[in-house]
Design a binder for this molecule. Structure first.
Ligand code: IPD
Length: 266
């Protein structure tokens, strides 16, 4: 039987050290190492170095677990647990010196596929603000030692909603059409540029809801657990129901259904 609190503590410990390294490298200046899926999709030397730190620390602490990282890919383990890691979520913010970036580390059980895995523990650390969001399955979501809960209701002015846009320019028109459908229920919209923090902010009641199409497993693994452990709901379009990348919706129960409908979650 896996102790989720132990996994959570390890995620917290490594996320803090990884975040400290990311911040150190940011202060020294950032070098773009390569572009990935699109010109706007970049990886910095720091992304690679921070992922290497996380991967090494996990391998030392739990050599039988698998690994799935944004920069170095997947390695199967034998324990049934996989660590899903985004070393620097919000890389474009990071490259621009915008403080909205985070280290995201999650432990999941089952196949390392988001449609079927069960998230057990996660940590999202924002090195510039020093905020550490963490959760374990059944243990609640926390900001440091403060228990988090999603907003119980939406005010008369409407919901504060976050979103994000994929790197592929051909998806932007569709994303903007969804924004147009969602706006009537929104008091305002936020696009902060780090999906893990968008999820964390829903958990903390700093957003009423968040939606984005095209998230990668490492963008949502820890954040989605934060939301459900804070009493929120997560919706995801099934890959077989749409040829496009899956749509994610994370929200307080007060607005989940209307937001999911407006965003196009079947
Ligand atoms: C990106 C950020 C961004 C979201 C993109 C993600 P990355 O992650 O979370 O907010 O809109 O979909 O890919 O590339 O900075 O790790």
């Amino acid at each position: 039987m896996t102790d989720t609190a132990t996994l959570e503590a390890l995620a917290i410990d490594i996320a803090r050290d990884a975040g400290a390294l990311a911040r150190l490298r940011r202060d020294a200046g950032v070098a773009i190492a390569a572009t990935k899926s699109a010109l706007a999709d970049i990886v910095t030397e720091a992304d690679r170095e921070v992922e290497a730190l996380i991967r090494t620390r996990l391998a030392e602490a739990r050599p039988e677990d698998g690994f799935l990282g944004e920069e170095t890919g997947a390695e199967r383990g034998t324990s049934g647990i996989t660590w899903v890691v985004d070393p620097i979520d919000g890389t474009v913010n990071y490259a621009y010196g915008n403080p909205s970036y985070a280290v995201s580390i999650a432990a999941v059980r089952g196949e390392p596929a988001p449609e079927t895995w069960e998230a057990l523990a996660g940590a999202v650390f924002s090195p510039v603000s020093g905020e550490l969001f963490h959760a374990a399955l059944g243990g609640g979501a926390w900001l440091a030692d403060r228990r988090l809960a999603v907003n119980p209701e939406v005010g008369p002015a409407g919901a504060l909603i976050g979103t994000g846009f994929g790197y592929d320019p051909s998806t932007h028109a569709g994303d903007l059409a969804v924004v147009a459908r969602v706006m009537p229920m929104a008091r305002d919209l936020r696009r902060a540029g780090a999906a893990s923090l968008d999820f964390a902010y829903v958990a903390a009641g700093r957003l009423d809801g968040y939606f984005e199409r095209g998230l990668q497993p490492w963008d949502h693994a820890a954040g989605a657990l934060l939301v459900t452990e804070a009493g929120g709901r997560i919706g995801r379009s099934q890959p077989d129901r749409s040829p496009r990348a899956p749509l994610f919706v994370a929200a307080s129960p007060a607005i989940f259904s209307p937001l999911a409908e407006a965003a196009g979650l079947a």
